[in-house]
Design a protein around this ligand. Structure first.
Ligand SMILES: [Zn+2]
Length: 294
């Protein structure tokens, strides 16, 4: 799932390609993806992309009116969810993608010269990608209720948030209403660098542990942003994987201490950690993992 570093890279890339370009047409291949009806998606045609940026894990394509006038602000907001992605093309088909088709294309935005523009795609059968067209990004309830952006937090603000929560630190870090931008993969990485157990209780962290968590949050995310900067969008996924130390590396050696990276799995997700680095050697209960090791 794209998190802060990937969404930042996609936004930077799309901004460099699309900002300043007039939108010729928007095709919607999957109506289920579109969460708003007013303004209509057809109202984007004739407007100009002014900028592409990020709020939390949401991609914001901002537009201003074209020569024909219209709303002063209109934004196409995209949440890529687990398997969503953006693909720029100089050779888009002018034939609209089939609505309800089985292909990966959810939305197609024609902007600039004929053939130019981008597809918003989603792989797999579980369709969770979401798009909104709004006159104000706060009209998207999930954006209006986001916590502060993770990179905007000071160490003291993070300490306050932790002190007020009895949640496991792994859950707190990934709860977008509390802190925006971090998901399952980067929270695994942050906790590994901070040498914290995913199951640690947020309000019980010591001052030293809070500082370690704050420093790890910044170093992991900023390193990833720097590494992904300027990468082709198509290469972001593999580039993200090569930077990971524990996430999705179950059974492989921890790059810091050599211990075996372990996993805790739930019905629909799993996370990874290093016992030596993070839990004082303790192996967290996981039925599936213990079955694998028998
Ligand atoms: Zn380790």
């Amino acid at each position: 799932m794209p998190e802060l570093p990937e969404v930042t890279a996609i936004a930077t890339f799309l901004d460099s390609r699309a900002a300043g370009l007039p939108i010729r047409r928007v095709d919607v291949a999957s109506l289920a993806v579109l969460k708003t009806a007013d303004p209509a998606y057809t109202a984007l045609a004739g407007r100009t992309v002014s900028a592409v940026d990020r709020i939390g894990k949401y991609l914001i394509i901002r537009t201003v009116p074209g020569a024909d006038g219209g709303d002063p602000e209109m934004d196409l907001v995209i949440h890529l969810s687990r398997a969503g992605w953006v693909r720029w093309s100089d050779a888009l088909s002018q034939t609209p993608p089939k609505p309800g088709g089985k292909g990966p294309i959810a939305l197609r935005v024609h902007c600039g010269l004929p053939g130019e523009g981008f597809d918003v795609t989603e792989a797999g059968t579980q369709k969770r990608l979401a798009a909104w067209i709004v006159r104000d990004t706060d009209d998207v309830e999930r954006i209006a209720t986001l916590g502060p952006d993770v990179l905007s937090l000071s160490r003291d603000r993070l300490a306050e948030i932790l002190a007020g929560s009895a949640a496991r630190v792994k859950n707190l870090l990934t709860d977008q209403r509390v802190i925006a931008g971090v998901g399952n993969a980067y929270s695994d990485e942050i906790l590994h660098v901070a040498r914290l157990s995913p199951f640690a209780t947020s309000k019980n962290l010591s001052g030293e542990q809070i500082t370690a968590l704050y420093d790890a949050t910044r170093s992991v995310l900023l390193d990833a942003v720097t590494r992904l900067e300027g990468q082709e969008v198509a290469r972001l996924k593999s580039e993200k994987r090569t930077g990971l130390r524990v996430h999705a590396r179950t059974g492989l050696p921890c790059p810091v201490c050599g211990d075996v990276v372990r996993e805790v799995s739930f019905a629909d997700r799993s996370f990874q950690y290093c016992p030596t680095c993070q839990t004082g050697g303790k192996i967290l209960a996981d039925r599936r993992m213990s079955r694998l090791l028998k």
